[in-house]
Design a protein around this ligand. Sequence first.
Ligand SMILES: Nc1ncnc2c1ncn2[C@@H]1O[C@H](COP(=O)(O)OP(=O)(O)O)[C@@H](O)[C@H]1O
Ligand SMILES: [Mg+2]
Length: 268
Amino acid sequence: MTKVVSCINLKGGVGKTALSVNFAAYCGIQGKKTLLVDLDPQTNATFSTIGVKKWNDEVKSNGTVADLLGAKKHTSAQGVEKTAHDVIVKDVFKNVDLIPSHIDLFTVDLDLASARFRETKLKNALKDVLADYDIVICDCPPNLTIPTQNALAFSTHYAVPVTLDFLSAIGVSLLVKRVEEFGQDLDHDLEQAGIVISRVGRPAVHREETEATLRAQFGDSVLENIIKERASVSTAAQSNVPIFSSSDNLAKDEFLAVCEELLEKIEG
Ligand SMILES: Nc1ncnc2c1ncn2[C@@H]1O[C@H](COP(=O)(O)OP(=O)(O)O)[C@@H](O)[C@H]1O
Ligand SMILES: [Mg+2]
């Protein structure tokens, strides 16, 4: 069965996109057929994999995830219905396909205000292609609105990247509770793949305290391995390559360890 993982957090800038993109690359390198779905209207996972120029071409000719969800104002659809086959961009990395995002997703909650089954639009749209993939990774926006709900409604797992500031531990508790309620509402099983400590800066007492709090509160859910703040992560994204193509061996090793641990948790 295809595993589907959503990368979520209510906070922005915590490393959701960096993890989604590089975890997708890792899975591809492992020989897994991987689909990366960009569900954030900020379109960062898309820009980190295919860049702005290719994205523009895709928007015009093939459409984006905004079409699959039924965003009304989308320039991307040009009034023509798009299928998963239309919007998938093949081989953005080795064994990795991408469904790009679009800013129109920003207002999809309004577009779908009275739509029925609006949480399962993505699940339905991807029904025909799901069997082509071993793993699907959804990069979500920093909220729990319709795009994130669509990701969660067909996810088997969710991962929560966090940074080490004192608000993280509080935020994660609220998020996990809400996600569990959402799963129950939809009668849908969702497992936590793990809390991933990301973008860790220089050693500092407040960071050590926050890490200790997270580990005490969430136990084994918190991945043992962590990702540190390293310029090469941004540089790789800017160059549309995974961190594994970078010459920064420290960053590569950290992502490798985290991805390995995450995949093990997902595959059991
Ligand atoms: N480990 C890291 N080290 C340095 N910069 C990072 C790291 N992870 C992410 N970034 C950068 O920080 C910014 C926010 O990260 P991002 O993954 O986009 O967060 P989110 O998706 O949670 O908003 C981006 O510019 C990204 O390139
Ligand atoms: Mg992001």
